[in-house]
Design a protein around this ligand. Sequence first.
Ligand code: FES
Length: 345
Amino acid sequence: MHQLKLIRENDLQARHYDLSCSSEQTIYSAAEQQGFRLPASCLNGICHICRASLISGKVLSGTAQQPLARDPAQAPPQVMLCKTWPLDTCSVSLKNIYGPGELPVKNVKCQVLNVERLKGHVFQVDLQLPAGKQPEFFPGQYLALNLPDKAEASYFSIASAPGQRLINLHIQADPHLLSALEVIGFLQMSMDTQRAVSVALPYGVACLSSMPAQPVILIAAGTGFAQMKSILEYLFEHGFAYPVALYWGVRKAEDMYLHELAESWAAKYANFTFRPIIGELEDGESTDHHEQLSAAVLAEQAVDNARVFVSGSPKLVFSVMDALLAAGMPEQQFFSDVLAYATRT
Ligand code: FES
């Protein structure tokens, strides 16, 4: 393995990233595999979109794999990273490279194509991104929806996988949730009048910035399912072979708004299991489903070598985290956006 340094050119303060790459792998493919995002198109040395400057070190360059080394007395030679193989420790610099979880936030105008009640008080919203170059996001990230006359944006998990022009959101709008009702009203009005809405994305660190090489456990409460749906659709699409388990907790049966979809995944993918947890007693009185979620996970899963994503209220996230840490889950394997903004109470 060779050590590589990737330097981002368009920072005021130079930013660099370290990664490793074998002689058999192109720098582009090693970077992609390790969760970096680089500009690329043809992946064949033709379009020059992945052009970089070789700052130091030796490589094989181009389709003909010509040896190339930096001569310190000369300007750095240009290489196409999709056709560059390292021969020793190297540094390359290029524009528009982003490390894992570091996609640039972009503001875009989206058309609202559909606002539809799924079940109970949960709505699905379909937004269409503008034509042309789409803002990138990782599976599991969220977006900010800006409402006119509101200082604060409203944040929603993206419920669909990246790579499509259509983005789905799931919004819980119970009669007492006035701000959610206002958002639904605004989106319905925007759809009816064909007025574009302003959205910024992506946000969030509890996401798949690279493909895991281990089992994945997804734990969601309520519309926290949206984040897990994005991750799952991406894993299924890319033929992820390790075991994946989804634990979805809700207070009432009607809140499990895409139960049939999750069941259909379980029927289709042999490596996927789905455990619905409904915290409803027979007389309709709801119970706290947090402990049920942790208990169900610990009864069925080994958590010492799994990547765990949790989405729900801070109370739920911290209670699940404590239970899984006590059972031997390494802390660095636990991902939840709640950890970035909430503190324990
Ligand atoms: S992606 Fe086209 S030259 Fe590398």
